[in-house]
Design a protein around this ligand. Sequence first.
Ligand code: PLP
Length: 366
Amino acid sequence: MSDLERLVRPDLRGRTAYGAPQLDVAVALNVNESSYAVPADVVEDMVSAVRAVAPSLNRYPDREFTKLRTALAEYLSRSGTPVSPGQVWAGNGSNEVLLHVLQAFGGPDRVALGFTPAYSMHPVITATTGTRWVDGHRHAWDAAAPFDVTVAEAVAQVRDVAPNVVFLCSPNNPTGTALSLDLVTAVYDAAPDAVVVVDEAYAEFARAGTPSALTVLGGHPRLVVTRTMSKAFALAGGRLGYLAADASLIDILRLVRMPYHLSAPTQAIALAALRHTDEMLATVDVIREQRDRLVMELRGLGLVPVPSDANFVLVGGLDDAHRTWQALLGHGILVRDVGIPHHLRVTAGTPEETTAFLGALKEVLA
Ligand SMILES: *Cc1c(COP(=O)(O)O)cnc(C)c1O
């Protein structure tokens, strides 16, 4: 053991850092970013917004990011459930707001439960706060709904673990399916000592009739719904994630955030994007079409895609997923090996990218 390995927290020893490959490829369909660049008029607005704040960068930014919280609350309220600025919290990506939740409600001697396979960062963020992670399980037995979890299955696991934090991911990454609100409220009721987080990073891509957990925030003061501008909003590089919860829960998150954690340029850029909400979200329908096309055409290839409410498709039925991943990379196409045997995850991008991916996959499988 090297000196530093000896010094590092024992629970971090031997861990490897998060690292989806960042490779320079023609077709990057591996981290569920939007394939569509920020439109020129929005770029102009972002640049002038940054120019406007630049002279006062000698001062700290608005610690309460009041304008941004107001704009995010307005955006969430568009779905029909009124959300007030006091119910909104934001950070540098939803990963940071998840970290705030764990810093406040997790910690040593505390337990977080998630139903895997789900977002790989949930256990990682949990571990950084010294919180113990418990792997709950989704079932694989139902061919029509693989990687699903029933209300009864979820409730039994929650009762068994008695967690302090529960992670639900809906639509779920990497499987793509959304959870019912019945499951969300049943888990909430079964975990009286837990903050229940519903990670809705992909909410905007959900199929029609998929309700958001925002609609049940009222009367559930331990419920947290996280969102991000990284996916449907096409702003992964802007690093802006947020959550909605009871205002009193937000007050608790203020205890753990670093002062001034959202830089003035970050706030300005996110606000500029939100001023162009319709334009920023204009590609969501195109991406949904490509997602549904992927499911159809992958089925046509004899593979087993999981129906998706997100901007990606998990596809099973591959003999050797890693070999397929590598061969696709040889064709300049980067997808994600999420570590589930016989499966790969592919982001829905532009129609041209879908065509390139499907074409290369046919060759690889031949
Ligand atoms: C991509 C993703 C996020 C986004 O993280 P950011 O830090 O906001 O970029 C959050 N949750 C899930 C499930 C994701 O797949």
